[in-house]
Design a protein around this ligand. Structure first.
Ligand code: GDP
Ligand code: MG
Length: 180
């Protein structure tokens, strides 16, 4: 019976403004990329169906504006999340430095039953920029941060070149499903 049940998984994408949250979601769901910068207003979601093993899963992916204050999004926004995706830009140190805050704030707001095992995933985006020459956060440094937070899975992505976007979201689905 449970095999045929369609599972809805709520995924929240957080990270500084401009790191590529909306672009990653557009690439994943609509296979589109635009250079145009349009700030997300408040919070909005897109859905995508995928099959994980023998389960049909609907990912409900919530986009946020990075500059949005956590409080103004409201507790209801975080409630029932199955996975939190943290995004930074490998070319912008500040976007990596603020990951601690996003991680902490998410746990505070969402208040999951098991904060220690709640599934996060980290995406280091824009690895295409300048052929990797303007990169300031190494893969090693990112993985160390992930290890320090209880082995968060890490993916390096390019929303622009559609690099690693599908594998990253598949892993997000798997991780969220495992926690369900
Ligand atoms: P958000 O504020 O986190 O939602 O960021 P956006 O998705 O709006 O992206 C901010 C800017 O970065 C836009 O101009 C995007 O076109 C650009 N961008 C996003 N992802 C990538 C990427 O992987 N590579 C490059 N070169 N630019 C990107
Ligand atoms: Mg956005």
């Amino acid at each position: 019976m449970s095999l045929r049940r369609r599972t809805l998984l709520k995924v929240i994408v957080l990270g500084d403004s401009g790191v590529g949250k909306t672009s990653l979601m557009n690439q994943y769901v609509h296979k589109k990329f635009t250079q145009q910068y349009k700030a997300t207003i408040g919070a909005d979601f897109v859905t995508k169906e995928l099959q994980i093993d023998d389960r049909l899963v609907t990912l409900q992916i919530w986009d946020t504006a990075g500059q949005e204050r956590f409080q103004s999004l409201g507790v209801a926004f975080y409630r029932g999340s199955d996975c939190c995706v943290l995004v930074y830009d490998v070319n912008v140190m500040k976007s990596f430095d603020t990951l601690d805050n996003w991680h902490e704030e998410f746990l505070k707001q969402a208040n999951p039953a098991n904060p220690r095992t709640f599934p996060f995933i980290l995406l280091g985006n824009k690895i295409d920029v300048d052929g990797g020459n303007s990169r300031v956060v190494s893969e090693k440094k990112a993985k160390e941060w992930c290890a320090s937070k209880g082995n968060i899975p890490y993916f390096e992505t390019s929303a622009k070149e559609d690099y690693n976007v599908d594998p990253a979201f598949f892993s997000i689905g798997k991780t969220a499903l495992a926690n369900e």
